[in-house]
Design a protein around this ligand. Structure first.
Ligand SMILES: Cc1cc2nc3c(=O)[nH]c(=O)nc-3n(C[C@H](O)[C@H](O)[C@H](O)COP(=O)(O)OP(=O)(O)OC[C@H]3O[C@@H](n4cnc5c(N)ncnc54)[C@H](O)[C@@H]3O)c2cc1C
Length: 333
């Protein structure tokens, strides 16, 4: 059995990291558990090199840099990180909680903050021939490193924000970029769609709608994509070096759905104190649900502060929920 800490935070995405900072600032010992090899959640796993424009205090910040700052802020309180471990089961015993991970380890804590975001996220995949074969050999579901695409012929599939945003970024580095989408209309932000159209008009890329992928061909690497117009069924072969499939993610609450907490679809219901239906278990960020919920990093940070302060009061009722002002503290960074 591992050491008993005040708070186990399940999920080390941006919101879990900020909850880690806040619980640390309240003087609690904290452990963060996450299946990914590094903290940062969606920002690191899905869009490390995209700019985020709506985090308070940053006119624009690259996702991976925001995570870097969050880690720095949280590290002041020396949290314990348990990475590459998924929380699978929970027991309430002898006045504390015990979280067991898929590595077989058990981690006790006095309170729990669940910040598992969209859960264990898996990309939505196409069944077309060749897609599975070329995964990791030209077929990717997210872009970790923009420079990898420099000088390449890239095919993007999808009509949402990720596909549109990456089209705009790849057009400046790739040799050519073609985006296909199965519908005429895009789900992406209309302003980005406008920018894409302008880029296409300037010859900076191609958008083909309503087109779908029929097949990928190649040898040890993907070399050709056969796409088709889904109304006329006309097929078009494209020479490609890279295929980026951005058809969205399937989110799963996973094992946490079995923990007996009140749920709302795939989210955990919380009160205004971010407490779930089980006293001592709090939730914040994308995984938490209350009426009027808006899933954003900015709102998740506010929820993390609320969850951490109520968790502090739960762990030690002598601690007030209201933390006072951090500007009154003197702390070298
Ligand atoms: C392409 C894209 C662009 C975006 N752009 C913006 C933007 O500009 N502005 C904005 O505000 N939001 C944006 N978002 C949304 C934003 O990323 C999320 O709101 C944010 O990541 C939520 O943070 P979180 O910490 O709650 O969850 P996540 O970032 O999902 O992190 C949750 C963490 O929990 C871990 N986890 C899951 N299950 C378990 C388990 N059982 N045990 C342990 N750990 C677990 C996961 O591995 C993950 O690391 C964007 C999202 C995407 C996909």
């Amino acid at each position: 059995m591992n050491t008993l800490v005040d708070v186990n935070i399940i999920g080390a995405g941006p919101v879990g990291l900020f909850a880690g900072f806040y619980t640390g600032q309240r003087g609690l010992s904290v452990r963060l558990i996450d299946p990914l090899p590094e903290p940062g959640g969606q920002l690191i796993a899905l869009y490390p090199e995209k700019y985020v424009y709506d985090v308070a205090g940053f006119p624009k910040v690259m996702a991976k840099e925001l995570v870097h700052s969050l880690r720095q802020q949280t590290s002041q309180f020396h949290p314990e990180y348990v990475l590459e471990a998924t929380a699978v089961s929970l027991k309430h015993q002898d006045g504390h909680f015990e979280v067991t991970t898929d590595t077989g380890q058990t981690y006790p804590s006095r309170a729990i903050i669940i910040a598992t975001g969209i859960g264990a996220f898996t990309p939505r995949k196409l069944n077309a021939p060749g897609v599975a074969k070329f995964e990791g050999r030209g077929v990717a579901y997210s872009i970790k490193n923009l420079s990898h695409y420099r000088g390449k012929r890239v095919l993007i599939m999808g009509g949402g924000d990720s596909a549109a945003d990456w089209f705009m970024m790849l057009k400046d580095v790739a040799a050519s970029v073609t985006l296909i989408h199965r519908r005429e209309a895009f789900r992406a932000h209309p302003a980005t769609v406008e920018l894409m159209k302008k880029a296409v008009a300037k010859g900076e890329g191609r958008i083909l709608t309503p087109y779908e992928l029929k097949e990928l061909r190649g040898d040890s690497w993907v070399r050709e994509a056969v796409i088709f117009q889904n109304q006329t069924k006309t097929e078009v072969p494209l020479v490609v070096d890279e295929v980026v499939s951005m058809l969205g993610y399937i989110s799963r609450l996973g094992p946490i759905a079995e923990w007996g907490l009140a749920l709302h679809n795939k989210q955990i219901r919380v009160g205004t104190d971010m407490q779930t239906s089980t006293p001592g278990i709090f939730a914040c960020g994308d995984v938490a649900y209350y009426e009027g919920k808006v899933k954003l990093i900015a709102t998740g940070f506010g929820e993390a502060a609320i969850a951490a302060n109520y968790a502090a009061h739960y762990v030690n009722p002598e601690l007030s929920v209201t933390p006072g002002h951090s500007s009154d503290l003197q702390r070298p960074l």
